[in-house]
Design a protein around this ligand. Sequence first.
Ligand SMILES: Cc1cc2nc3c(=O)[nH]c(=O)nc-3n(C[C@H](O)[C@H](O)[C@H](O)COP(=O)(O)OP(=O)(O)OC[C@H]3O[C@@H](n4cnc5c(N)ncnc54)[C@H](O)[C@@H]3O)c2cc1C
Length: 454
Amino acid sequence: MKQKIVIIGGVAAGPKITAKLLRTKDFDCQIDLYTEENLISYSSCGLPYYIEGLIPDSNRLIVRRPEQFEEQGANIHLNKRCTKILPEEHKIIIQDTITGETQEVEYDKLAITTGARPIIPSIKGINLKNIFSIRTLQDGINIRQKMLESKKAVILGGGYIGIELLEAFHANNIFTTMIEREDHILSLLDPEISDLVKEEILAIAKDNVDIITSDAITAFEGTDKVEKVITKSGKVIETDMVIIAAGIRPNTEIAAEAGIELGVSNAIRVNNRMQTCTKDIYAAGDCTENFHLVSKNYAWIPLGSTANKEGRCAAINMAGQYDAFPGVLGSAVTRFRNLTISLTGLTETEAKKFGFDVICATMTKKDKAGYMPDAANITIKLVVDKRFKKILGAQAFGGGNADKRVNTVASAIQAEQTLDEFLHLDMTYAPPFSTAVDPLISAALIINNKIYKN
Ligand SMILES: Cc1cc2nc3c(=O)[nH]c(=O)nc-3n(C[C@H](O)[C@H](O)[C@H](O)COP(=O)(O)OP(=O)(O)OC[C@H]3O[C@@H](n4cnc5c(N)ncnc54)[C@H](O)[C@@H]3O)c2cc1C
């Protein structure tokens, strides 16, 4: 008998579930995807590069259009918000965001992929015009439009999205001030690493970028549109626009109201098959919490890469087959111009918090043979557990392929390699790509020497 599969949310995880189910043989189902937006399946990750102008047309960020799914047999319902989940009755309530009309929809299996939304701090003047947050394709279009007629901008928040927008504005010659209330930008990194990254960014962009840390915005001022930003320390910064990049929170209110268990950061708790604690309800993507493979604790690390993997896993299990998603390392990469910043696993700060006996090494070296014309510095910090000699995490930044090194560490962590095994990795080398002893192995050797007091 045809199974009724209903999916709520249509950016990354929802379309991934749809696509995988459509490809699944021997599973007879009717797929209905509901989204409150007027489009589906686009790359939020590409928004900063669209704003920058590297991608001339926002349509290029659309991965699949509703018609493509419909041609394959899925039903895509745009402008439809799910307002309630009724697990006992296997029903959800949908409201049309244009007409306000509501309808009941039955499901055999439900997938919640409602993602997350930006945190908007309650700061005086927050509702003035030209203050933007960034999440949807339309947000990206609005920001680019305003940026093109601006000379000055302020970014609230020094996370990776803030950094990517800083690049976009810098490239468009907009004088931009980033304001981070914590002592360091990029709080995902260890403090001394994020300070080095900040120095590098300022060295690249000192003419039109300012980064203020340990200071918070207390008010936005202007008659109708934002004209000034006031900070706690008394700074008054004139601006044409403001981007709020103060983090996100999961869209899990309807799940919580339905009694579906939440976990860390109010994200939905799922097992490794993406099942929630409620029968026949699955969840995937930014609305779910993650199992961290190093700390062995739950964490909330919302990323597009994870949303896609979880979506695939959810679809396989919803189709009655078996797949298990082991968890995450929080591997991530971003950039500011030609500076790549990447990390995986635990930082030293986090590792100590989880009680590991930590030993670290930070190594700065050329990313390729020093005589190559484009050789650039790369800095790698490796975090190792002294007791079991297991690699816990890595952070890297530099002009070269920092992410290549971090991805190598991610593989080593997931393979549970010891430092000894890691040191003997047979990695590639030729002068345009690396040094004979890769900077990553150099960092590992320093730790090895520290442990064995060589
Ligand atoms: C600027 C930016 C850059 C990023 N860069 C990267 C990157 O480089 N790498 C990376 O891995 N990740 C990146 N991310 C994160 C990545 O975009 C997200 O992890 C990914 O979009 C999560 O997908 P999702 O489907 O789980 O949720 P979302 O993308 O949040 O989509 C959820 C959808 O569900 C809809 N919805 C919510 N509630 C309801 C409801 N009740 N009824 C109907 N519909 C509902 C929402 O409107 C939304 O359309 C970036 C994000 C942004 C904003």
